[in-house]
Design a binder for this molecule. Structure first.
Ligand SMILES: C[S@@+](CC[C@H](N)C(=O)[O-])C[C@H]1O[C@@H](n2cnc3c(N)ncnc32)[C@H](O)[C@@H]1O
Length: 218
């Protein structure tokens, strides 16, 4: 678990969380035991909160693993929502589908196995919200794919934009996070794009591993 804020604050934030849907708690246990990199409950609540505020109906998720963040989105989108799950691993999709049934969101989640950066080209129309949580070397391309597909007033949300704090290291410093320097540079490029693209208004929340939220203004 990457820690961006101090460990005492991080622990406190987890300790005071209200209990969750048993399906989500079960998935958190599985993720802990099997080392599955899910957003976890503090970020999950934040995603759900964003969706309650923004009321997106059509959501595209890039990188869904066993569907934990998908369920937080789906429960906020409601019965007339449409949440697109994507993951490159068919075993993840199989497991996720069971959880979607248990969580009662199987009718609104559409699953796709393959590269999220290509699947988006096969789906019609614009999205109200796009969430990026794929391998970090894909973040700049994810930005270029997502931005034109977001409707005006839509949200682009991304996890891990502080990448265990490595984004703040000097540019030649060695990094021991997964993906090495290449992934760090990709995340930094993504952050540059979301802040410098004129049609977006972005903020980065230093929650867990950093979550960015960008509103498409025009
Ligand atoms: C960090 S996990 C996603 C966790 C999920 N968002 C959650 O919080 O519950 C990243 C997942 O993205 C998948 N992945 C990575 N790159 C991908 C790509 N380009 N297209 C589709 N899936 C990808 C991996 O298989 C992995 O399961």
């Amino acid at each position: 678990m990457p820690i961006i804020v101090g460990p005492e604050i991080e622990t406190y934030l987890y300790q005071i969380l209200p209990s969750r849907d048993p399906v989500l708690s079960h998935m958190e246990d599985q993720a802990r035991k099997r080392g599955i990199p899910i957003v976890g409950p503090t970020v999950g609540r934040f995603l759900h909160f964003l969706a309650l505020l923004h009321k997106p109906k059509k959501i595209y998720e890039m990188g869904s693993a066993i569907g934990y963040s998908t369920i937080w989105w789906a429960k906020a989108a409601g019965p007339d929502g449409e949440v697109h799950y994507t993951d490159g691993n068919p075993d993840n999709e199989k497991e996720a589908k069971q959880y979607f049934k248990q969580a009662g969101v199987e009718k609104i989640v559409k699953t796709h196995v393959g590269n999220a950066l290509q699947i988006i080209d096969e789906l019609p129309g614009e999205f109200d919200l796009i969430f990026c949580d794929i391998d970090k070397n894909g973040y700049p391309e994810a930005f270029h794919k997502a931005y034109p597909r977001l409707k005006k007033g839509g949200l682009l949300v991304a996890d891990n934009v502080l990448w265990s704090g490595t984004v703040a290291l000097p540019s030649k410093a060695p990094v021991d996070t997964h993906g090495g320097r290449k992934w760090v540079e990709a995340v930094k490029e993504f952050n540059r794009l979301i802040y410098e693209t004129p049609g977006l208004f972005t903020t980065i929340i230093p929650l867990r591993d950093g979550v960015s939220v960008s509103l498409k203004l025009k």
